[in-house]
Design a protein around this ligand. Structure first.
Ligand SMILES: NC(=O)c1ccc[n+]([C@@H]2O[C@H](COP(=O)([O-])OP(=O)(O)OC[C@H]3O[C@@H](n4cnc5c(N)ncnc54)[C@H](OP(=O)(O)O)[C@@H]3O)[C@@H](O)[C@H]2O)c1
Length: 322
């Protein structure tokens, strides 16, 4: 087996459990320790997934077994705990969105550079080979000039106390799921938008609970997205070009396929690129390859900063504090 990466996890919430649950299926990931605000929660998590447990986060950062830290905390805490982890010499995989705003994200990447450590935003869907193939296919010209992109990510299953409803924890639908649509649209368009617009519905808590937006890439490619966390449920993406189009059912949790339609609708191909493991396991393996062999990760610093800038502009337009 190639050299593994030993992980420490901060927080025992929903996504921490998914990540820990899939690490066993990663070929190069081993769970070392977990930290929680509560000792009991840490112990229950440690028993379930097999980790050393701590009743605080700093102890994970001090654990010499830990090479890389997975930050699965609410958005507003990404900045503080990423900085602390980097300053303790750890590599960091930080959940999306990378930070509460662009200034925070810039400081995080500057610190990673100064400390010589890797910092990656955990857009797990980008580690799926079919998403890599989708982006290559579009950028490679298979549908001609890319003109329209529509992407959607909505769901409706949150408890009122969920961190996503809390403005002080940098919640909101654009931060939670709109960020995926923005990320994929930018990747498919192959650049940064020159103008962005958003309309949003504000939840009584003050965050946007559903929103619609557009990204204009120099007047050539136009992208529209909808996102929501109190809305049933559309997760599709369409990419329309001068010579064909692509449909993908759910790029965020891809079923290994997308549909490429060319020849004025006459030819439909199912393009398949199979996952080698669960999404979070592929993400952990991608981090190990990047740390140990310098292999590129699909989500770069420039990508994360570009996404955060768009999120800042859209939130400013709809009056959501950030
Ligand atoms: N990539 C994906 O597929 C994906 C999916 C869902 C979420 N996410 C991202 O992952 C992050 C966490 O989301 P989640 O759904 O796992 O949230 P969650 O279930 O609420 O878990 C967050 C954890 O953070 C810790 N925490 C620390 N301070 C907190 C506070 N003031 N309030 C609440 N929790 C606090 C808690 O762990 P302890 O009590 O153990 O300390 C809590 O369990 C977010 O950034 C989100 O955007 C990513």
């Amino acid at each position: 087996m190639s050299k593994p990466l030993h992980w420490g996890i901060l927080g025992t919430g929903r996504i921490a459990r998914k990540f820990a649950g899939q690490l066993g299926g990663a070929s190069r990931g081993k769970l070392a320790s977990v930290g929680s605000r509560g000792v009991e929660s840490a112990e229950e998590f440690g028993q379930q997934y097999g980790a050393l447990t701590f009743g605080d986060y700093d102890a994970v950062l001090a654990d010499p077994q830990v090479d890389a830290v997975y930050i699965s905390l609410p958005n507003a805490l990404h900045h503080r705990w990423t900085l602390r982890a980097l300053n303790k010499g750890k590599h960091v995989l930080c959940e999306k969105p990378i930070a509460g705003n662009t200034a925070e994200a810039e400081e995080m990447f500057d610190t990673a550079r100064r400390r010589g450590r890797l910092l990656v935003e955990a857009f797990m869907y980008r580690f799926h080979p079919a998403i890599g193939r989708l982006i290559e296919t579009v950028r490679g010209g298979a549908i001609g000039d890319v003109k329209l992109i529509r992407s959607h990510f909505t769901f409706n299953r949150l408890e009122p106390a969920d961190v996503r409803f809390q403005p002080r924890l940098a919640g909101g639908s654009m931060m939670d799921v709109g960020c995926y649509c923005i990320n994929l649209s930018r990747a498919l368009a192959g650049g940064e938008p020159t103008a962005v617009h958003a309309a949003a519905h504000l939840h009584p808590s003050g965050v946007d609970d559903y929103a619609a937006g557009t990204l204009d890439f120099d007047g050539r490619t136009l992208a529209a997205f909808t996102c929501g966390m109190t809305v049933e449920a559309n997760r599709t993406t369409y990419v329309g070009g001068s010579d064909g189009y692509i449909e993908i059912d759910c790029p965020w949790f891809c079923d290994d396929t997308f549909t490429l339609v060319t020849g004025q609708g006459d030819t439909r191909h199912t393009v398949r690129a199979e996952a080698t493991a669960g999404l979070y396991a592929m993400e952990a393996d991608g981090m190990a390859a990047a740390v140990h062999e310098g292999v590129d990760v699909p989500v770069t610093e420039a990508d994360s900063l570009g996404n955060m800038r768009v999120l800042d502009q859209l939130r400013q337009q709809v009056g959501v504090p950030f």
